[in-house]
Design a protein around this ligand. Structure first.
Ligand code: HPA
Length: 271
């Protein structure tokens, strides 16, 4: 089904026009628990929607007010490594654009490449490298969404990014800043790959986000993002990487992460 048809099929379940979209990465899974949910649309109720297969990635849109700001939350996302095309992976982002969001906050867990980072740090994303994954914009361009050759010179909105950094200070947990590189996953990287990414200017590595940010920019949505550094990347930390450990650190940082986002939302809504 075309995206227009998918949007039409869920339109009546959307309780209000959301201003901000928020994608919850692992570790922020409980974020929505503190807010009164006005409506919920399970991804598996949406015909034509890619449904996540990752354990622990619940899948639904949640509609709530956060400090009186109408927000749509993606609780769970789909990843390229699940076997969907890049275009399919960004369909949920495009649907939020059609719901009316004009600002998007992307969150994820990531491995730290910058040697000054520590496990548990939060990193506001200042730019990304998406060259190791296919563009979600490949294929016939849907002119109703955006132009054929969209600019990517400022994917992460400078003002929203400053506000996220300010929110970190205000919430009592100053953040780091850096460049995020997206890999396909699902395997973690080799130490040689991490050295290469560092030499290319990346500060953190993960398996999501960059292509979502591109699809949002294509639609003219203002984007900002934050990574939870759940582990130092391959070859920096001693011993092998495990998803269990990544998930556990993400969980522990959840409270700090939630406080940052809760503080940031009113600022971002005005910014
Ligand atoms: N690499 C890729 N993705 C990740 C990592 C990592 O080290 N940690 C969390 N997500």
């Amino acid at each position: 089904m075309e995206i227009g048809g998918i949007y039409e099929s869920i339109k009546d379940k959307i309780p209000f026009k959301p201003k901000i979209g928020l994608v919850l990465g692992s570790g922020l899974g409980n974020f929505a628990d503190s807010y009164e949910i006005k409506a919920k649309i399970n991804y598996n109720e949406i015909e034509g929607f890619p449904v996540s297969t990752v354990v622990g990635h619940a899948g639904c849109y949640l509609f709530t007010y956060i400090h009186d700001i109408p927000v749509v939350i993606m609780s769970g996302r789909v990843h390229y490594y699940e076997g969907y095309t890049a275009k399919e992976v960004v369909l949920p982002i495009r649907l939020m654009g059609m719901m009316g969001i004009d600002r998007l906050i992307l969150t994820n867990s990531a491995g730290g490449i910058n040697l000054s980072f520590r496990q548990g740090d939060l990193m506001v994303i200042t730019d990304h490298i998406s060259s190791f994954v296919p563009s979600p914009l490949i294929g016939k361009n849907d002119e109703s969404l955006g132009e054929r050759f969209p600019d990517m010179s400022s994917v992460y909105d400078r003002i929203l990014t400053r506000l996220l950094i300010f929110a970190g200070e205000k919430a009592g947990s100053p953040v780091k800043e850096g460049v995020y590189v997206q890999t396909t996953g699902p395997n973690y990287e080799t130490p040689a790959e991490i050295k290469m990414f560092r030499s290319l200017g990346a500060d953190a590595v993960g398996m999501s986000t960059a292509i979502e940010a591109m699809a949002a920019r294509h639609m003219g949505i203002r984007v900002c993002g934050v990574s939870c550094i759940t582990n130092m990347a391959s070859g920096i930390a001693e011993g092998p990487l495990s998803h269990t450990e990544v998930a556990s650190i993400a969980g522990r940082s959840g409270e700090q992460f939630s406080k940052l986002i809760d503080t940031a939302i009113p600022l971002i809504s005005e910014g």
